[in-house]
Design a protein around this ligand. Structure first.
Ligand SMILES: Nc1ncnc2c1ncn2[C@@H]1O[C@H](COP(=O)(O)OP(=O)(O)OP(=O)(O)O)[C@@H](O)[C@H]1O
Length: 455
């Protein structure tokens, strides 16, 4: 099948006719034009890919300036189009200059037929590949914009969420280290990315390392990188995650799970602001913004000598506590609707929405697995939905794991509080300061609670 929409522009009718006859058998469509004034509208009208353009159009003027003028106009507005200049033998210097200006090639009058056909074919190939690149670039920009939008958007209009969003906006522009705390699935990682996109480092990377998943043998190599030959199997130099985050943000998830010896290594990097690759003696300066997250109570770990106090003070210049989903009121509905939109698109089901009864059920439910649990629940509902309105959701997706957990679920809040305080008193041999620290309350609050529960 023939391809290519070619436009030939020359004020000489016989040149137009000859070129048209020559190219007709080789390309899909040949359009001719005597005056250049309509070039731009013809390009759009006929979806032109290659242009053969004369240098001069006004009688008696042979400067070639007109051709250069139209060449610039075409390239500026339609950069994917390949332009071939038609030029007389004496204009060769000028023709070479047009190539510097962006013309694809030139053909000399009188021309060689084979050469004209092969040059036009090559020009068509280039135009098609440039157009493909342009549309790929547009698509990747669209996807990037969509991703950024998704990352930047934190769904939350409840007072509890408005408060943390306000803090994030206030501190994002500074380089303060941030510790994000909160139960599992409250969106700590999403929030860290949100802070990064608000910061001046947003054009550099945010690199995530899951400290819970990293083995102590691989810690240094993963974080600091290594040089070739630094250990068996190190066949080439490797950049560590910290270096990858240089000038950007390093997000250390599950920081509470880091062993004491690895904590010491991390502290040293934070203090010296340098990293040294495994197998190297050459410390490199490191410019990162550190955001850490944990669902473990670090003060309790410090009291239990499982977390270094000096590291804790380094990483939590600002602490942000993300509220559990059950404390976010109507945000639960906003998030659920958002997930239904996403999964509706994924599973090809439009206008998915929750019935009033289900909305009430999900507002009353405790969501122990927080947003992650809500997301799974909505995905399941979307998969099972056979009509747009969802009248039932499965809220039994989050099960307590142990017999003890099951027993705890039977207690009301007051009974639960009493049980936890008694357990801690026993564990700490009645040491009030230690129990208060472990529970994250003041000694006075602890005394009040002991009185309340007759302990
Ligand atoms: N504001 C939000 N809007 C939409 N989706 C969210 C939001 N917050 C969290 N999520 C989704 O909820 C899930 C859990 O979020 P995330 O991994 O950030 O939580 P986390 O607190 O870091 O969890 P963990 O403690 O287990 O590491 C993810 O699938 C995330 O996409």
């Amino acid at each position: 099948m023939k391809e290519g929409n070619i436009l030939i522009i020359d004020d000489n009718s016989s040149i137009l006719t000859t070129l048209e006859m020559l190219l007709t058998g080789h390309f899909k469509q040949i359009i001719t034009l005597k005056k250049p004034n309509h070039i731009l509208s013809y390009i759009t009208q006929y979806d032109i890919e290659v242009i053969l353009l004369d240098m001069n159009f006004s009688a008696g003027i042979n400067t070639g300036n007109e051709g250069v003028f139209w060449l610039n106009q075409i390239i500026e507005k339609f950069p994917h189009i390949s332009v071939i200049m038609i030029t007389a033998y004496g204009d060769i210097d000028l023709a070479v200059r047009t190539i510097k200006n962006g013309a694809f090639d030139f053909i000399l009058k009188p021309w060689n037929n084979e050469k004209v056909i092969s040059t036009t074919h090559a020009a068509l190939k280039l135009s098609q590949s440039q157009r493909k690149n342009q549309s790929l670039k547009k698509e990747s920009e669209r996807l990037k914009a969509a991703c950024n939008q998704q990352e930047e958007e934190i769904i939350g209009r409840s007072t509890a969420m408005k408060e943390v969003i306000k803090i994030a906006q206030k501190i994002a522009g500074t380089d303060a280290n941030i510790l994000i705390t909160g139960e599992n699935g409250t969106g700590k990682e999403v929030f860290a990315k949100y802070i990064h996109t608000l910061s001046q480092r947003r054009n550099s990377l945010i690199v995530t390392v899951d400290m819970g998943a990293i083995s102590s043998t691989l810690f240094e190599s993963e974080l600091f990188g290594h040089t070739r030959g630094s250990f068996t199997g190190a066949t080439k130099d490797r950049m560590g995650k910290m270096e990858a985050a240089h000038e950007g943000t390093l997000f250390l998830d599950e920081i509470g799970n880091l062993s004491m010896d690895l904590q010491a290594k991390l502290l040293s990097v934070i203090q010296t602001k340098t990293i040294t690759k495994l197998g190297s003696n050459d410390p490199k300066p490191l410019d990162i913004r550190l955001i850490c997250a944990t669902n473990i109570n670090i003060p309790t770990q410090i009291a239990n000598q499982q977390f270094r106090e000096d590291l804790f003070y380094r990483i939590n210049t600002i602490q942000i506590e993300l509220p559990p989903l059950r404390d976010r009121g109507h945000d639960i509905i906003l998030l659920a609707n958002n997930f239904l939109n996403i999964f509706g698109l994924k599973y090809n089901k439009s206008h998915l929405h929750l019935s009033t009864k289900v909305q009430k059920q999900i507002l009353d439910y405790g969501w122990p697995g927080n947003i992650r649990e809500l997301k799974h629940c909505m995905e399941k509902a979307a998969i099972l939905a056979d009509k747009p309105q969802i009248d039932h959701v499965d809220l039994q997706t989050y099960h307590a794991n142990t017999q003890d957990d099951l027993k705890l679920l039977d207690l009301d809040l007051d009974q639960l509080e009493k049980k936890i305080i008694s357990q801690q008193l026993e564990a700490e041999d009645g040491n009030m300061s230690k129990v208060a620290t472990k529970l994250g309350v003041t000694r006075q609050t602890l005394y009040n609670k002991l009185k309340k529960h007759n302990l």
